[in-house]
Design a protein. Structure first.
Length: 410
Protein backbone atom coordinates (compact mmCIF):
# COMPACT_ATOMS: atom_id res chain seq x y z
CA UNK A 1 0.00 0.00 0.00
CA UNK A 2 2.86 2.36 0.84
CA UNK A 3 4.19 1.73 -2.66
CA UNK A 4 1.11 3.36 -4.19
CA UNK A 5 0.02 5.92 -1.57
CA UNK A 6 2.89 8.10 -0.41
CA UNK A 7 2.93 10.81 2.25
CA UNK A 8 4.49 13.97 0.80
CA UNK A 9 6.63 15.00 3.73
CA UNK A 10 7.60 18.37 2.24
CA UNK A 11 3.97 19.30 1.64
CA UNK A 12 3.06 18.32 5.20
CA UNK A 13 5.96 20.31 6.65
CA UNK A 14 5.19 23.35 4.48
CA UNK A 15 1.53 23.25 5.54
CA UNK A 16 2.57 23.14 9.20
CA UNK A 17 4.87 26.12 8.72
CA UNK A 18 2.19 28.04 6.79
CA UNK A 19 -0.36 27.42 9.55
CA UNK A 20 2.25 28.49 12.15
CA UNK A 21 2.30 31.97 10.59
CA UNK A 22 -1.22 32.49 11.99
CA UNK A 23 -0.59 33.68 15.53
CA UNK A 24 3.20 33.43 15.18
CA UNK A 25 5.10 34.73 18.21
CA UNK A 26 8.47 36.44 18.25
CA UNK A 27 10.07 33.42 19.94
CA UNK A 28 9.07 31.07 17.12
CA UNK A 29 5.89 29.69 18.66
CA UNK A 30 2.19 30.25 18.23
CA UNK A 31 -0.56 32.00 20.18
CA UNK A 32 -3.89 30.96 18.68
CA UNK A 33 -6.31 30.85 21.58
CA UNK A 34 -9.65 29.13 21.03
CA UNK A 35 -12.28 31.11 19.10
CA UNK A 36 -10.20 34.26 18.69
CA UNK A 37 -9.79 35.98 15.31
CA UNK A 38 -6.55 34.04 14.89
CA UNK A 39 -8.33 30.73 15.53
CA UNK A 40 -10.83 31.78 12.85
CA UNK A 41 -8.00 32.45 10.39
CA UNK A 42 -6.50 29.03 11.12
CA UNK A 43 -9.88 27.36 10.64
CA UNK A 44 -10.50 29.27 7.40
CA UNK A 45 -7.14 28.17 5.99
CA UNK A 46 -7.80 24.55 6.95
CA UNK A 47 -11.28 24.62 5.37
CA UNK A 48 -9.86 26.18 2.19
CA UNK A 49 -7.20 23.46 1.94
CA UNK A 50 -9.80 20.73 2.53
CA UNK A 51 -12.11 22.08 -0.17
CA UNK A 52 -9.16 22.26 -2.58
CA UNK A 53 -8.55 18.58 -1.75
CA UNK A 54 -12.12 17.79 -2.81
CA UNK A 55 -13.56 17.36 0.69
CA UNK A 56 -17.03 18.35 1.80
CA UNK A 57 -16.95 20.33 5.05
CA UNK A 58 -19.53 20.38 7.85
CA UNK A 59 -19.49 22.27 11.13
CA UNK A 60 -21.46 21.29 14.22
CA UNK A 61 -22.95 23.53 16.91
CA UNK A 62 -19.77 23.34 19.03
CA UNK A 63 -17.75 24.52 16.03
CA UNK A 64 -16.16 21.11 15.45
CA UNK A 65 -15.18 20.87 11.76
CA UNK A 66 -15.55 17.60 9.78
CA UNK A 67 -13.85 17.48 6.36
CA UNK A 68 -14.85 14.34 4.46
CA UNK A 69 -13.29 12.51 1.54
CA UNK A 70 -16.01 10.30 0.09
CA UNK A 71 -15.72 6.52 0.25
CA UNK A 72 -16.95 3.96 -2.27
CA UNK A 73 -19.41 2.76 0.41
CA UNK A 74 -20.95 6.07 1.54
CA UNK A 75 -23.18 4.38 4.10
CA UNK A 76 -20.20 3.17 6.12
CA UNK A 77 -19.26 5.30 9.12
CA UNK A 78 -16.15 7.35 8.35
CA UNK A 79 -12.70 6.52 9.61
CA UNK A 80 -11.82 9.78 11.33
CA UNK A 81 -8.62 11.46 12.40
CA UNK A 82 -7.74 14.92 13.64
CA UNK A 83 -6.92 17.00 16.69
CA UNK A 84 -7.13 20.73 17.41
CA UNK A 85 -5.97 24.07 15.95
CA UNK A 86 -6.19 26.13 19.16
CA UNK A 87 -3.00 26.67 21.18
CA UNK A 88 -1.72 27.68 24.56
CA UNK A 89 -0.90 31.41 25.01
CA UNK A 90 2.77 30.52 24.56
CA UNK A 91 2.22 27.44 22.43
CA UNK A 92 4.25 25.68 19.78
CA UNK A 93 3.88 24.88 16.08
CA UNK A 94 2.96 21.20 16.51
CA UNK A 95 0.62 20.63 19.50
CA UNK A 96 -2.71 19.71 17.90
CA UNK A 97 -2.12 21.24 14.48
CA UNK A 98 0.20 18.35 13.56
CA UNK A 99 -2.62 15.82 13.96
CA UNK A 100 -4.99 17.99 11.91
CA UNK A 101 -2.61 18.67 9.02
CA UNK A 102 -1.27 15.09 8.96
CA UNK A 103 -4.90 14.03 8.50
CA UNK A 104 -5.18 16.45 5.60
CA UNK A 105 -1.91 15.08 4.19
CA UNK A 106 -3.39 11.55 4.30
CA UNK A 107 -6.27 12.81 2.15
CA UNK A 108 -3.96 14.64 -0.23
CA UNK A 109 -1.79 11.50 -0.55
CA UNK A 110 -4.85 9.33 -1.28
CA UNK A 111 -5.88 11.87 -3.94
CA UNK A 112 -2.41 11.87 -5.53
CA UNK A 113 -2.56 8.09 -5.87
CA UNK A 114 -6.19 8.17 -6.95
CA UNK A 115 -6.72 5.60 -4.22
CA UNK A 116 -10.35 4.99 -3.27
CA UNK A 117 -11.31 3.80 0.20
CA UNK A 118 -14.47 1.92 1.04
CA UNK A 119 -15.25 3.96 4.17
CA UNK A 120 -15.20 7.76 3.90
CA UNK A 121 -12.22 9.44 5.59
CA UNK A 122 -12.83 12.46 7.81
CA UNK A 123 -10.39 14.98 9.26
CA UNK A 124 -11.80 16.62 12.39
CA UNK A 125 -10.85 19.87 14.11
CA UNK A 126 -12.14 19.77 17.70
CA UNK A 127 -12.93 23.16 19.23
CA UNK A 128 -11.08 24.36 22.34
CA UNK A 129 -8.99 21.30 23.14
CA UNK A 130 -6.55 23.31 25.21
CA UNK A 131 -8.91 24.54 27.90
CA UNK A 132 -6.63 27.53 28.32
CA UNK A 133 -9.09 30.26 27.37
CA UNK A 134 -12.27 28.28 28.19
CA UNK A 135 -12.04 25.55 30.88
CA UNK A 136 -12.25 22.62 30.82
CA UNK A 137 -10.02 21.15 28.13
CA UNK A 138 -11.45 18.88 25.39
CA UNK A 139 -14.86 20.40 25.95
CA UNK A 140 -16.21 20.11 22.40
CA UNK A 141 -15.08 16.51 21.91
CA UNK A 142 -16.64 15.96 25.34
CA UNK A 143 -19.99 17.27 24.07
CA UNK A 144 -19.59 15.07 20.98
CA UNK A 145 -19.06 12.04 23.23
CA UNK A 146 -22.01 12.90 25.49
CA UNK A 147 -19.82 13.65 28.52
CA UNK A 148 -21.17 17.23 28.66
CA UNK A 149 -24.45 18.52 27.34
CA UNK A 150 -24.52 21.15 24.62
CA UNK A 151 -25.70 23.95 26.90
CA UNK A 152 -22.79 23.30 29.27
CA UNK A 153 -20.32 23.42 26.37
CA UNK A 154 -21.71 26.58 24.80
CA UNK A 155 -21.90 28.40 28.14
CA UNK A 156 -18.21 27.93 29.06
CA UNK A 157 -16.85 31.42 29.63
CA UNK A 158 -13.37 32.91 29.57
CA UNK A 159 -12.01 35.02 32.44
CA UNK A 160 -13.80 38.06 30.97
CA UNK A 161 -17.16 36.28 30.98
CA UNK A 162 -17.36 35.86 27.18
CA UNK A 163 -18.95 32.51 26.33
CA UNK A 164 -18.05 29.96 23.69
CA UNK A 165 -21.51 30.47 22.14
CA UNK A 166 -20.84 34.19 21.70
CA UNK A 167 -17.41 33.62 20.21
CA UNK A 168 -18.53 30.79 17.89
CA UNK A 169 -21.21 33.12 16.48
CA UNK A 170 -18.78 36.03 16.21
CA UNK A 171 -16.15 34.11 14.24
CA UNK A 172 -18.72 32.33 12.04
CA UNK A 173 -18.21 28.78 13.31
CA UNK A 174 -21.51 28.17 15.11
CA UNK A 175 -22.53 25.38 12.72
CA UNK A 176 -25.91 23.76 12.26
CA UNK A 177 -25.03 20.09 12.66
CA UNK A 178 -26.13 18.42 15.88
CA UNK A 179 -23.14 17.54 18.06
CA UNK A 180 -22.26 13.86 18.24
CA UNK A 181 -25.26 12.44 16.41
CA UNK A 182 -23.02 10.58 13.96
CA UNK A 183 -21.03 7.39 14.28
CA UNK A 184 -17.33 7.03 13.56
CA UNK A 185 -15.92 3.70 12.35
CA UNK A 186 -12.68 4.51 14.19
CA UNK A 187 -10.77 7.59 15.35
CA UNK A 188 -6.99 7.99 15.27
CA UNK A 189 -5.22 11.05 16.73
CA UNK A 190 -1.60 11.72 15.82
CA UNK A 191 0.26 14.03 18.21
CA UNK A 192 3.71 14.95 19.44
CA UNK A 193 4.44 13.18 22.73
CA UNK A 194 4.86 16.44 24.71
CA UNK A 195 7.19 14.60 27.11
CA UNK A 196 10.72 13.14 27.03
CA UNK A 197 10.19 9.36 26.86
CA UNK A 198 10.38 8.55 23.12
CA UNK A 199 13.41 10.76 22.65
CA UNK A 200 15.20 9.23 25.64
CA UNK A 201 14.37 5.70 24.44
CA UNK A 202 15.31 6.60 20.84
CA UNK A 203 11.99 5.40 19.49
CA UNK A 204 10.24 7.04 16.53
CA UNK A 205 6.67 5.96 17.24
CA UNK A 206 4.71 5.84 20.48
CA UNK A 207 1.91 3.29 20.36
CA UNK A 208 -0.41 5.03 22.81
CA UNK A 209 -2.28 2.50 24.96
CA UNK A 210 -4.12 4.99 27.17
CA UNK A 211 -4.08 8.38 28.87
CA UNK A 212 -3.78 9.38 32.48
CA UNK A 213 -6.68 10.77 34.49
CA UNK A 214 -6.98 14.47 35.35
CA UNK A 215 -8.71 16.59 37.97
CA UNK A 216 -8.88 20.35 37.59
CA UNK A 217 -9.76 22.74 40.44
CA UNK A 218 -10.43 26.44 40.87
CA UNK A 219 -9.61 27.93 44.27
CA UNK A 220 -10.50 31.37 45.61
CA UNK A 221 -9.05 32.56 48.92
CA UNK A 222 -10.46 35.73 50.43
CA UNK A 223 -8.78 37.65 53.22
CA UNK A 224 -8.69 41.39 53.72
CA UNK A 225 -6.97 44.15 51.78
CA UNK A 226 -5.07 46.45 54.10
CA UNK A 227 -2.16 48.89 54.05
CA UNK A 228 1.27 47.20 53.82
CA UNK A 229 2.83 49.69 56.27
CA UNK A 230 0.58 50.28 59.26
CA UNK A 231 -0.90 46.74 59.46
CA UNK A 232 1.09 44.59 61.93
CA UNK A 233 1.94 41.06 60.82
CA UNK A 234 -0.23 39.61 63.58
CA UNK A 235 -3.40 41.31 62.25
CA UNK A 236 -3.16 40.33 58.60
CA UNK A 237 -5.44 38.08 56.55
CA UNK A 238 -3.17 37.75 53.53
CA UNK A 239 -4.76 35.65 50.79
CA UNK A 240 -1.47 35.29 48.92
CA UNK A 241 0.24 33.76 51.95
CA UNK A 242 -2.53 31.15 52.00
CA UNK A 243 -2.23 30.59 48.25
CA UNK A 244 1.53 30.17 48.47
CA UNK A 245 1.14 27.48 51.13
CA UNK A 246 -1.36 25.63 48.96
CA UNK A 247 0.86 25.97 45.89
CA UNK A 248 3.64 24.37 47.89
CA UNK A 249 1.32 21.61 49.09
CA UNK A 250 0.19 20.90 45.51
CA UNK A 251 3.84 20.42 44.60
CA UNK A 252 4.37 18.18 47.65
CA UNK A 253 1.38 16.04 46.66
CA UNK A 254 2.87 15.59 43.19
CA UNK A 255 6.20 14.56 44.66
CA UNK A 256 4.55 12.21 47.16
CA UNK A 257 3.15 9.89 44.45
CA UNK A 258 6.11 9.07 42.22
CA UNK A 259 6.88 8.36 39.48
CA UNK A 260 3.68 9.24 37.62
CA UNK A 261 1.85 11.93 39.61
CA UNK A 262 1.84 15.45 38.17
CA UNK A 263 0.57 18.46 40.12
CA UNK A 264 0.58 22.03 38.80
CA UNK A 265 -0.62 25.50 39.68
CA UNK A 266 -0.44 27.27 36.31
CA UNK A 267 -2.71 30.29 36.77
CA UNK A 268 -2.80 32.68 39.72
CA UNK A 269 -4.48 36.08 39.95
CA UNK A 270 -3.69 38.30 42.92
CA UNK A 271 -6.05 41.10 43.84
CA UNK A 272 -5.56 44.02 43.93
CA UNK A 273 -1.97 43.20 42.88
CA UNK A 274 -0.53 46.39 44.27
CA UNK A 275 2.89 46.37 45.90
CA UNK A 276 1.83 48.17 49.06
CA UNK A 277 -1.56 46.58 49.64
CA UNK A 278 -1.90 43.24 51.44
CA UNK A 279 -3.55 40.85 48.92
CA UNK A 280 -7.23 40.53 49.75
CA UNK A 281 -8.11 37.85 47.24
CA UNK A 282 -6.28 35.22 45.21
CA UNK A 283 -7.77 33.04 42.48
CA UNK A 284 -5.74 30.09 41.21
CA UNK A 285 -6.04 26.74 39.46
CA UNK A 286 -4.77 23.24 40.25
CA UNK A 287 -4.13 20.49 37.67
CA UNK A 288 -3.64 16.95 39.07
CA UNK A 289 -2.83 13.95 36.85
CA UNK A 290 -2.16 10.25 37.37
CA UNK A 291 -2.66 7.12 35.26
CA UNK A 292 -4.50 5.39 38.14
CA UNK A 293 -7.80 6.87 39.24
CA UNK A 294 -7.25 5.55 42.79
CA UNK A 295 -4.07 7.57 43.23
CA UNK A 296 -5.76 10.60 41.69
CA UNK A 297 -8.52 10.25 44.31
CA UNK A 298 -5.88 10.11 47.05
CA UNK A 299 -4.28 13.31 45.71
CA UNK A 300 -7.74 14.90 45.79
CA UNK A 301 -8.21 13.90 49.44
CA UNK A 302 -4.85 15.39 50.39
CA UNK A 303 -5.68 18.73 48.77
CA UNK A 304 -9.13 18.81 50.37
CA UNK A 305 -7.62 18.15 53.80
CA UNK A 306 -4.87 20.75 53.54
CA UNK A 307 -6.65 23.71 51.96
CA UNK A 308 -9.41 24.26 54.58
CA UNK A 309 -6.98 23.79 57.47
CA UNK A 310 -4.67 26.41 55.97
CA UNK A 311 -7.49 28.85 55.27
CA UNK A 312 -8.77 28.42 58.80
CA UNK A 313 -5.36 28.99 60.36
CA UNK A 314 -4.88 32.22 58.36
CA UNK A 315 -8.42 33.54 58.79
CA UNK A 316 -9.24 33.24 55.09
CA UNK A 317 -12.46 32.22 53.36
CA UNK A 318 -11.92 29.29 51.00
CA UNK A 319 -13.89 28.37 47.91
CA UNK A 320 -12.48 25.17 46.38
CA UNK A 321 -14.24 23.68 43.35
CA UNK A 322 -13.26 20.64 41.34
CA UNK A 323 -14.35 21.86 37.91
CA UNK A 324 -13.33 18.83 35.87
CA UNK A 325 -12.57 15.15 36.26
CA UNK A 326 -11.43 13.17 33.23
CA UNK A 327 -10.81 9.57 34.31
CA UNK A 328 -7.88 7.50 33.02
CA UNK A 329 -8.48 6.06 29.54
CA UNK A 330 -7.57 2.75 27.87
CA UNK A 331 -7.69 2.92 24.07
CA UNK A 332 -9.35 0.30 21.87
CA UNK A 333 -7.22 -2.85 21.57
CA UNK A 334 -7.83 -3.24 17.83
CA UNK A 335 -6.92 0.41 17.09
CA UNK A 336 -3.80 0.10 19.23
CA UNK A 337 -2.90 -3.02 17.22
CA UNK A 338 -3.48 -1.17 13.93
CA UNK A 339 -0.98 1.49 15.05
CA UNK A 340 1.58 -1.07 16.20
CA UNK A 341 1.23 -3.13 13.01
CA UNK A 342 1.63 0.00 10.89
CA UNK A 343 4.87 0.93 12.68
CA UNK A 344 6.16 -2.64 12.30
CA UNK A 345 5.31 -2.82 8.60
CA UNK A 346 7.01 0.51 7.98
CA UNK A 347 10.12 -0.64 9.87
CA UNK A 348 9.87 2.17 12.42
CA UNK A 349 11.11 1.76 15.98
CA UNK A 350 8.18 1.89 18.40
CA UNK A 351 7.15 1.37 22.00
CA UNK A 352 3.98 1.41 24.07
CA UNK A 353 3.34 4.66 25.92
CA UNK A 354 0.66 6.26 28.13
CA UNK A 355 -0.27 9.85 27.32
CA UNK A 356 0.51 12.38 30.01
CA UNK A 357 -1.51 15.05 28.25
CA UNK A 358 -5.22 15.11 27.68
CA UNK A 359 -6.41 14.70 24.09
CA UNK A 360 -9.74 14.78 22.28
CA UNK A 361 -9.16 11.07 21.62
CA UNK A 362 -9.76 10.47 25.34
CA UNK A 363 -13.40 11.50 25.02
CA UNK A 364 -13.91 10.10 21.51
CA UNK A 365 -12.80 6.70 22.87
CA UNK A 366 -16.14 6.57 24.71
CA UNK A 367 -18.13 6.56 21.48
CA UNK A 368 -15.81 5.09 18.82
CA UNK A 369 -12.90 2.64 18.63
CA UNK A 370 -9.96 4.99 19.17
CA UNK A 371 -6.17 4.94 19.05
CA UNK A 372 -3.34 7.48 19.21
CA UNK A 373 0.10 7.76 17.66
CA UNK A 374 2.94 9.78 19.21
CA UNK A 375 6.19 11.03 17.75
CA UNK A 376 9.07 12.51 19.80
CA UNK A 377 9.42 16.24 20.37
CA UNK A 378 12.72 17.96 21.01
CA UNK A 379 13.85 17.67 24.64
CA UNK A 380 10.31 16.59 25.50
CA UNK A 381 9.22 20.24 25.61
CA UNK A 382 5.66 21.32 24.74
CA UNK A 383 3.32 24.13 25.81
CA UNK A 384 6.31 26.33 25.03
CA UNK A 385 7.16 28.45 22.00
CA UNK A 386 10.36 26.44 21.47
CA UNK A 387 8.36 23.20 20.94
CA UNK A 388 9.93 21.36 18.02
CA UNK A 389 9.90 18.04 16.16
CA UNK A 390 12.11 16.73 13.36
CA UNK A 391 10.94 16.60 9.75
CA UNK A 392 11.73 12.88 9.68
CA UNK A 393 9.60 12.09 12.71
CA UNK A 394 6.77 14.31 11.48
CA UNK A 395 6.76 12.34 8.21
CA UNK A 396 7.06 8.98 9.99
CA UNK A 397 4.03 9.69 12.18
CA UNK A 398 1.96 10.64 9.13
CA UNK A 399 2.96 7.39 7.38
CA UNK A 400 1.82 5.40 10.41
CA UNK A 401 -1.43 7.39 10.47
CA UNK A 402 -2.04 6.65 6.77
CA UNK A 403 -1.40 2.93 7.27
CA UNK A 404 -3.60 2.72 10.37
CA UNK A 405 -6.44 4.53 8.60
CA UNK A 406 -6.20 2.28 5.54
CA UNK A 407 -6.17 -0.73 7.84
CA UNK A 408 -9.62 0.29 9.06
CA UNK A 409 -11.10 1.91 5.95
CA UNK A 410 -11.15 -1.15 3.66
C1 LIG B 1 -3.90 19.71 27.01
O1 LIG B 1 -3.01 20.22 26.34
C2 LIG B 1 -3.61 19.19 28.34
O2 LIG B 1 -3.21 18.03 28.46
O3 LIG B 1 -3.69 19.98 29.29
MN1 LIG C 1 -2.74 18.92 21.94
MN1 LIG D 1 -1.87 21.37 24.41
Amino acid sequence: MESTVQINSKRLWDSLMDMAKIGATSKGGVCRLALTDLDRQGRDLFVKWCREAGCSVRVDRMGNIFARRAGSEPARPPIATGSHLDSQPTGGRFDGVYGVLAGLEVIRALNDADHPTQAPIEVVVWTNEEGSRFAPAMVASGVFAGVFDLEYGLSRADLNGTTMAQELARIGYAGDDPVGKRSLGAFFELHIEQGPILEAERQTIGVVTGAQGQRWYEIRLTGQEAHAGPTPMSRRRDALVGASRIVNEVNRIGLAHPPYACATVGLLNVSPNSRNTIPGEVFFTVDFRHPEDGVLAQMDRELRAFAPATANELGLALDLQQIWHSPAVAFDAACVSSVRRAAEQLGLSHMNIISGAGHDACYISRVAPTGMIFIPCENGISHNEIESASREDVAAGARVLLAAILDRAD
